[in-house]
Design a protein around this ligand. Structure first.
Ligand SMILES: Cc1cc2nc3c(=O)[nH]c(=O)nc-3n(C[C@H](O)[C@H](O)[C@H](O)COP(=O)(O)O)c2cc1C
Length: 339
């Protein structure tokens, strides 16, 4: 089967992955109410196209925290990409760079942040986990990211503990022999229960832009702004933490209204089609990120698969923008959608 959609990649990836890795990648928290909602909520939104706009092609270029990217589709941080293909995060970095878009490298990557930076020619952000009693480690990761040329730090705020996925119970996965998480070494780490005070500490560590990843309410979005965030990633961690939280596309409008343009908003969770990207932009996101589809691309065809996933989504978005009569990013606004 030739993959023509991101769903095709998912179907092709499943038999290529070890069962525990597949379950770890694909699963969501609890009995996956939010995992389904992340998709269903996108499908429920109706598009209201404008006609006679005189455009046969669309311009997808945009800026994310000042950095130019070829399209408003970025790569979300996902741990342990080495389970999907041998080059892991370096394969992803070359795929994202080939299409001119930004990758967020994960703290729990199977390649070091320096190795990833050595491959990437497009901008990078670094996703930071802070671990229990490991402030010095967090600070050193921020320094290393600065030194390696990362453009921003995205601190994940939705994981004081790991969510529990029914599907994965009894199916623990192991990293392959020789595979580790070189950013943090071999120490056994527990996530820290961060507080808003810790955000002030993180803000004071670096002059790089700071994003908070995992915000779902306008209240927390306003606190993020008050604590100096330059950006917010509206995210439910791919529905992997607390089941029955809203779909991210449902959470976005109220957050966009509260923030009113005072910092940049991003969204991830369930983005699988070009029309999903357009809907997220219409509701206030500057760009979206995709998590699992990149893993499917890696599993099916290594860096070429991850690149093809990004190209498929890009081409879908480009066609959708033309058919919707919104041929530029700036022309996508709330009048495009009916909730
Ligand atoms: C296998 C897997 C591992 C992930 N690891 C991380 C991580 O290390 N740090 C993080 O902030 N988010 C992590 N996430 C969440 C993603 O960054 C992102 O929020 C989510 O995957 C987006 O949803 P999608 O997979 O439906 O596109 C992970 C998600 C998956 C599926």
């Amino acid at each position: 089967m030739e993959p023509h959609t991101l769903f095709d990649y998912e179907a092709l990836a499943e038999p290529r992955l070890d069962r525990p890795a597949w379950l770890f990648y694909s699963g969501g928290a609890g009995h996956e109410v939010t995992l389904r909602a992340n998709r269903d909520a996108f499908d429920r939104i109706r598009l209201l196209p404008r006609m006679l706009q005189g455009a046969k092609a669309a311009d997808l270029r945009t800026r994310v925290l000042g950095a130019e990217v070829s399209m408003p589709i970025l790569v979300a941080p996902t741990a342990f990409q080495g389970l999907a293909c041998p080059d892991g995060e370096c394969a992803t970095a070359s795929a994202a760079s080939a299409v001119g878009t930004l990758m967020v490298a994960a703290t729990e990557a199977t390649r070091s942040l320096e190795e990833i930076a050595a491959v990437a020619t497009a901008p990078l952000w670094f996703q930071l986990y802070v671990y229990d009693n490991q402030r010095a480690l967090a600070e050193s990761l921020v320094r290393r990211a600065e030194d390696a040329g990362y453009r921003a730090i995205a601190v994940t705020v939705d994981a004081p503990r790991w969510g529990r996925k029914d599907r994965s119970i009894g199916h623990d996965f192991d990293l392959l022999p020789g595979m580790g998480t070189p950013n943090v070494g071999d120490i056994d780490l527990e996530p820290a229960a961060l507080s808003w005070r810790d955000m002030d500490w993180l803000r004071s560590l670096t002059s790089l832009p700071l994003l908070l990843k995992g915000i779902l309410t306008p209240q927390d979005a306003l606190l993020a702004l008050a604590h100096g965030a330059d950006g917010i990633i509206v995210s439910n961690h791919g529905a992997r933490q607390l089941d029955t939280v809203p779909a991210t596309i449902e959470a976005l409008p109220a957050i966009a209204e509260a923030i009113a343009g005072r910092c940049e908003l991003y969204l991830d969770g369930g983005v699988r089609r070009g029309i999903d990207v357009m809907k997220a932009l219409a509701l206030g996101a500057r760009a979206v990120l995709i998590g699992r589809p990149i893993l499917w691309g890696l599993a099916v065809n290594g860096p070429d698969g991850a690149r093809h996933v990004l190209e498929l989504l890009r081409d879908e978005l480009e066609l959708a923008m033309v058919l919707a009569g919104r041929p530029t990013i700036a022309s996508i606004d709330a009048s495009l959608v009916r909730l």
